[in-house]
Design a protein around this ligand. Structure first.
Ligand code: WAQ
Ligand code: MG
Ligand code: MG
Ligand code: MG
Length: 255
């Protein structure tokens, strides 16, 4: 039996009561891992670079195993830029050669930067125009119910390629699920953690690590999912929130 475990934490009260988003994370685990993982997620909420949470919500529920999708991990590329400006120029080049227009990117970034409060989910933007396609307000769309099919094997696989760390691992899982939605063309992501300046763009079958996308100490981050202009937002939201996706690596594929 598998369980979905999700944590969200805020400061100044609950998110829905105006609290400032501190941290969110999730896993899919077996029953015997639940207690330890609960402790780890609570620890994260209490010892985060954005501050100590005063609101922590843990949600645990059993997963319907008949509906699990297995999706191969995106392949990973890395570019180290010499400045934030140079990193943005590279992001622009990558996205505009993979189905996102320059207008859409600029509009998406503008929408992200003008949010009044830090979001805990993503903006869904039209890949041609950049116009926002969801109506989820400052919360945005929060992707859920995804994990590595075998976390130890996946981490080992990526470590051998030089890719380590919880930011990378969680982001790769999320990006793999997001890009597996047929409606999604590309993603742009910057961490909201002030001590983590590397972000990524995803497109095709690639997760492209790219930094620095902001200055050290900056808490502003966010995610933009660029989507096909005529897609159904309800179908996309349902897939990203509710369908269980387990991400496989070449050293661990289900038979
Ligand atoms: N669904 C949708 N959006 C999310 C989710 C989610 N489950 N989790 C976070 N976000 C949005 C939200 O707006 C956050 O403010 C923003 O993304 C950043 O979230 O390979 O750590 O969890 O080294 O801070 C990139 C790793 C790490 C690059 C990204 O994001 C690399 C990261 P964070
Ligand atoms: Mg996170
Ligand atoms: Mg896709
Ligand atoms: Mg964060």
């Amino acid at each position: 039996m598998y369980y979905s475990i999700r944590m969200r934490a805020a400061q100044g009260g609950a998110h829905e009561k105006g609290g400032h988003h501190i941290s969110g994370a999730e896993r899919i685990v077996t029953k015997d891992q639940l207690e330890q993982l609960s402790a780890e997620l609570v620890h994260r909420a209490l010892h985060h670079s954005k501050g100590c949470a005063d609101f922590i919500r843990l949600t645990i529920d059993a997963i319907d195993e008949t509906g699990i999708h297995y999706v191969p991990a995106l392949s990973v590329k890395t570019t180290h830029a010499t400045s934030v400006e140079a990193a943005y120029a590279i992001a622009q080049k990558l996205l505009t050669t993979h189905g996102v227009t320059e207008t859409a990117l600029q509009q998406g970034l503008h929408l992200l930067r003008t949010q009044k409060e830090a979001m805990r989910g993503a903006l869904i933007c039209n890949a041609l125009t950049g116009d926002r396609m969801d109506n989820l307000g400052n919360r945005g769309l929060r992707v859920s119910r995804m994990a590595f099919a075998n976390e130890n094997k996946a981490c080992q696989y990526f470590q051998e390629q030089g890719h380590t760390g919880i930011h990378f691992q969680e982001a790769l899982v999320l990006a793999t699920k997001v890009l597996s939605a047929p409606q999604v063309i590309s993603e742009f992501c910057i961490s909201d953690d002030p001590d983590y300046t590397t972000g990524y763009v995803s497109y095709g079958h690639t997760y492209h690590r790219l930094g620095p996308l902001k200055e050290f100490g900056d808490e502003r981050g966010g995610r933009i999912f660029f989507v096909q202009p005529n897609m159904s937002i309800d179908d996309l939201q349902n897939y990203l929130e509710n369908t269980t996706v387990l991400v496989t690596t070449p050293n661990n594929t289900p038979n």
